[in-house]
Design a binder for this molecule. Structure first.
Ligand code: EZ4
Ligand code: CO
Length: 409
């Protein structure tokens, strides 16, 4: 088999997605996701200008060799753009291999280790009644694990809270990169957040009881000592995890957090290689790996990362926001089903237009996802539908403190 074409398709149904479609001389096609929210066109150029010419004529079955070739021959290693581009190629090649084998991808990864993939949904509210309603809605939809985000008195717009005064009222209006010429400015006050959050979790536990797994995303906003304090304050409410409590480029900083709290920690949605986790995993400073297949070099790299984590009893918590396309999501689900150290999968259902462009075989029922049993990863791209939604520039928001200082968003 030979690769005869590789096309980069940019489409913006609800939001921007970068999809790589690889075609072989046998007419088999594979899809990969290279979407990097707010910086999409840099991956498009990396693929079109620098990677596609290298793929033509290669044997699509040589996935490991292609991964190593793309990683090492660039000389310039790592980084979100490079690793998203490599991920797009890697997933497209796994899709082709699985289609050629006539099997769903999870079978090639060792077969199913479980019957379904526990997913968590995103509940949020501007106040407690709205938050409780949102949790009840998610329970009614079947979710058995729920992420809780809340507004904070004194802060105008907080990450993760839907339909705030400055948002547009859509379901995930707190999250997509906004189609504005400049990044939207939001505000932040860590002391106000630390004062408010434990009371919210106390109220949620009182209302919904001790069993429901609850998660929370700190979105990189605390210092290590602040994160330690929050983890400790949340211990009575038995969180499934506290996510991204600090900006974790400084892996050693997590030692301090870990010494102070038994609240489980999840980190890594902005990471892109196993090297970003070396200290975190080896010193058992985290409990869940948050990388996305789309941002961390694809199935090939994620499998190695999660096998490394498994040796330290660290589990998967693969990133699954709506800025991962259905292609990236499907790839994650095959991995989730196959690995032994699965933890939980984030799930934000895509909008109607996205589902018109990407036809998917994966299912969600009774709180569990399943990738389906179609050969390959189980996603088809409707290119005519995709062409109806051209690229629209969009930016993620950013934060300023009260005195104007830029802060992590
Ligand atoms: O803000 O993917 O846990 N999920 C998250 C996401 C990220 C977005 C950024 O593009 O933190 O919602
Ligand atoms: Co997050």
């Amino acid at each position: 088999m030979k690769i005869v074409a590789a096309d980069v398709i940019v489409s913006s149904p609800d939001r921007n997605f970068v999809t790589l479609k690889i075609t072989t001389d046998d007419g088999v096609t594979g899809l990969g996701d290279g979407t990097l929210n707010g910086r999409e066109l840099s991956v498009v150029s990396y693929l079109r200008d620098h990677v596609v010419p290298l793929l033509i004529g290669r044997d699509p079955h040589r996935i490991e060799d292609t991964w190593q070739f793309l990683y090492r021959s660039a000389y310039w290693r790592r980084g979100p753009v490079t690793m998203a581009a490599i991920a797009a190629v890697d997933v497209a090649l796994w899709d082709i291999k699985a289609k050629a084998a006539g099997m769903p991808l999870y079978q090639l990864l060792g077969g199913a280790s479980r019957t379904g993939i526990m997913a968590y949904g995103h509940a949020s509210g501007r106040d407690l009644p709205e938050l409780f309603d949102s949790i009840r809605t998610h329970l009614a939809l079947g979710y058995r694990s729920i992420r809780v985000q809340t507004s904070v008195p004194g802060i105008n717009a907080v990450y993760g809270v839907a339909a705030q005064p400055n948002a547009d009222g859509r379901r995930y209006d707190y999250e997509p990169a906004q189609r504005t010429p400049l990044p939207a400015e939001e505000d932040w006050d860590t002391r106000a957040y630390l004062r408010h959050l434990p009371g919210v979790f106390e109220a949620v536990r009182n209302e919904f009881g001790p069993e429901l797994p609850l998660l929370h995303d700190g979105h990189h906003r605390m210092t290590p000592i602040q994160a330690a304090r929050l983890g400790k304050a949340l211990e009575p409410y038995d969180l499934f995890w506290l996510e991204d409590c600090t900006p974790a480029e400084n892996q050693e900083a997590l030692r301090l957090v870990r010494q102070h709290t038994t609240t489980p920690l999840a980190i890594g949605e902005v990471f892109n290689t196993v090297w970003d986790y070396q200290t975190l995993i080896r010193e058992q400073l985290i409990d869940y790996v948050r990388s996305a297949v789309t941002h961390t070099g694809g199935i090939t790299a994620m499998r190695k990362l999660l096998d490394f984590a498994a040796q330290y009893q660290i589990k998967s918590g693969i990133h699954g926001p709506t800025d991962i396309s259905p292609v990236g999501m499907a790839a994650a689900l095959h991995l989730d089903l196959a690995i032994h150290n699965f933890g939980i999968q984030e799930y934000m259902p895509h909008g109607r237009l996205t589902n018109e462009v990407f036809r998917q075989s994966f299912t969600f029922a009774d709180g569990y996802l399943h990738p389906g049993d179609q050969p390959g990863i189980g996603v088809e791209l409707d290119e005519q539908a995709a062409a109806r939604f051209p690229y629209v520039a969009a930016y993620l928001p950013f934060n300023r403190l009260k005195d104007g200082t830029v802060h992590d968003w």
